[in-house]
Design a protein around this ligand. Structure first.
Ligand SMILES: Cc1cc2nc3c(=O)[nH]c(=O)nc-3n(C[C@H](O)[C@H](O)[C@H](O)COP(=O)(O)OP(=O)(O)OC[C@H]3O[C@@H](n4cnc5c(N)ncnc54)[C@H](O)[C@@H]3O)c2cc1C
Length: 390
C-alpha cells in the first residue's frame, strides 16, 4: 500500500473506511459528467448528508456527529483522494467554526439541528469584493442599522454555492473604514437566510471558471437582515472570522493531501502498466523520481497537517502550523499533479482519464481561500519577525 493508515486510531480507520465506501458509489465518470455539464453534485451531497458527514463538526447536543477537526480533516482527505471534487462539500465544515464559536445559544438552537438533519444548508460565505480580495479590511459592502434590522448594500464576487445554499455568512462593514480606530474593526457578520433574500435584495450571477465550481457575483441592494441574525459583536466580525481560519487552513490542507494522494496512486498504477520501449514506463527514473519527490513532499505536508490538527483539537491556536500545512500541502499536491500528468503522457489530457479534471481543480488551492503569497507573508512577518510589508 502506497499510503498507510498507520498512526490512525481505530475510530479514524473506521471513519476512513466508511468515507471510502461512500465515495466508491460516485466514481470518476460521475464527476466527469458533472464537470462537462458544470452541474452541482446533488446526489453526492445527499449521500453525505444522509450519512451525517455534512454535520461532522456540529456538536452532538445539536444532532451532529461532534467530531474533532482532525477527524473532519480525514473526511475531506478521503473524499478528495477518491477522485471527487471536495470543494462541493467543504464549505459547511469551513464556515461552521464561526457559528460554533461566535453564535449565541439561540442562534445555535435555531440553525444547527436543522443543518444536522439536512433540512438547511450552510454552504456559502461572502467576504471577497471586486476591490477587496486579499485585503479584506477594504471591503465596502455597508450594513446600516435601522431599528431591528440592517439594510445592506454592496457587491461581492467569487461567492461560492449561493444557488445551492439556504444560509449565507456575509461579512459587511457596519462602520466606514475611515471612522475606525483600527483597520480590523468596523466589520460584522450577518447570517442571511437565502431562501428569503434571493430576489428580495440579493441577486447573483454565476462566474464561469476553468473547472466545475459554482461561484458567483452577488449584488446586494437594500437587503434587509434582522439584527438578531448578527453573529458575534457588532464591529468584531473580522476577529470572529480570523479566529476560525486555522481550522479552515487545516481542512483545506487535507483536501490538498487527498488530491495529492489521488495523483500519486493513479500515476504509480499507470506507470507500472504502460509499456513503452518494451518495458513499463515506471522503470525509468525520469518517471520514478518526480513521483517519489512529490510523494515525499506530500507525506511531509501531512505530518504538518496532523500536528496542526492535533494542536487545534487540544484548544490551541496553531497559526504557524496551520499556515505551514496549507503552504506545504498545496505545493505538494501541485507537484504531484504535474508528475501525474507527465506520467500519463498524452492520455493525461484525455477527459476519460480524469487526471486533467483533477489537475484543473488542484491548481485553485495555491490561490484560495488564501493565496500562498499571503501565507508566506504571515510566516515572514509573524513567525520570522521581519518588518511588515503592508
Ligand atoms: C473558485 C473560487 C472560489 C472562491 N470562493 C469564495 C467564497 O466562497 N467566498 C469568498 O469570500 N471568496 C471566495 N473566493 C475569493 C478568493 O478568496 C480570492 O480570490 C482570494 O482571496 C484572492 O483575492 P483576489 O482574487 O482579489 O486577489 P488580489 O487580492 O487582487 O491579489 C492578486 C494577487 O496578488 C497577490 N498579492 C496581493 N497583495 C500582495 C502582497 N502584499 N504581497 C504579495 N502578494 C500579494 C495575491 O497573493 C494574488 O496572487 C473564491 C475564489 C475563487 C477563484
Amino acid at each position: 500500500m502506497i499510503f498507510s493508515d498507520e498512526g490512525l486510531s481505530a475510530h479514524q480507520m473506521a471513519l476512513c473506511e466508511s468515507i471510502r465506501a461512500l465515495c466508491a458509489r460516485f466514481p470518476g465518470r460521475y464527476w466527469r459528467e458533472l464537470d462537462e455539464r458544470e452541474a452541482y453534485p446533488e446526489e453526492f451531497l445527499a449521500a453525505l448528508t444522509e450519512s451525517g458527514y455534512m454535520a461532522a463538526l456540529i456538536p452532538e447536543q445539536y444532532g451532529g456527529m461532534g467530531l474533532a477537526v482532525s477527524d473532519a480533516a480525514l473526511i475531506l482527505e478521503e473524499i478528495a483522494r477518491s477522485g471527487a471534487n471536495a470543494s462541493s462539500c467543504h464549505a459547511q465544515m469551513y464556515t461552521m467554526g464561526t457559528v460554533l464559536r461566535h453564535g449565541s445559544d439561540a442562534q445555535k438552537q435555531a440553525y444547527l439541528p436543522a443543518i444536522a438533519e439536512g433540512r438547511l444548508r450552510l454552504l456559502s460565505m461572502a467576504v471577497t469584493e471586486p476591490d477587496a480580495g486579499s485585503e479584506t479590511t477594504r471591503i465596502s459592502t455597508r450594513a446600516v442599522r435601522e431599528g431591528d434590522r440592517y439594510v445592506v448594500n454592496g457587491r461581492k464576487v467569487f461567492i461560492s454555492r449561493v444557488a445551492q445554499s439556504d444560509l449565507l455568512l456575509l461579512l459587511v462593514r457596519t462602520t466606514p473604514y475611515d471612522e475606525c480606530r483600527k483597520k480590523t474593526e468596523g466589520l460584522s457578520i450577518l447570517l442571511v437566510d437565502l431562501r428569503e433574500a434571493k430576489g428580495h435584495g440579493l441577486e447573483f450571477r454565476r462566474i464561469p471558471l476553468m473547472f466545475n465550481h459554482h461561484t458567483n457575483e452577488v449584488v446586494l441592494e437594500n437587503l434587509e437582515v434582522p439584527v438578531e441574525n448578527r453573529i458575534g459583536p457588532e464591529g468584531q466580525g473580522l476577529r470572529c472570522i480570523f479566529s476560525t481560519l486555522n481550522a479552515e487552513r487545516i481542512l483545506l490542507s487535507s483536501q490538498c493531501i487527498g488530491d495529492g494522494r489521488y495523483f500519486i496512486e493513479q500515476a504509480a498504477r499507470y506507470a507500472g502498466q504502460r509499456v513503452v520501449f518494451g518495458r513499463p514506463i515506471g522503470m525509468n527514473q525520469g518517471i520514478q523520481f518526480p513521483l517519489a519527490r512529490a510523494y515525499a513532499a506530500l507525506e511531509g505536508a501531512r505530518l504538518m497537517r496532523d500536528r496542526a490538527a492535533e494542536l487545534f483539537d487540544r484548544g490551541g491556536t496553531p497559526g504557524r502550523e496551520a499556515n505551514l500545512a496549507k503552504l506545504l500541502s498545496s505545493e505538494a499536491a501541485w507537484q504531484a499533479a504535474n508528475a501525474c500528468l507527465d506520467t500519463f503522457g498524452g492520455y493525461g489530457f484525455a477527459r476519460e482519464y480524469d487526471v486533467e479534471r483533477k489537475f484543473r481543480e488542484a491548481r485553485l488551492k495555491l490561490v484560495t481561500p488564501v493565496s500562498n503569497n499571503l501565507v508566506l507573508s504571515f510566516l515572514g512577518e509573524q513567525v520570522l519577525g521581519l518588518p511588515r510589508s503592508f
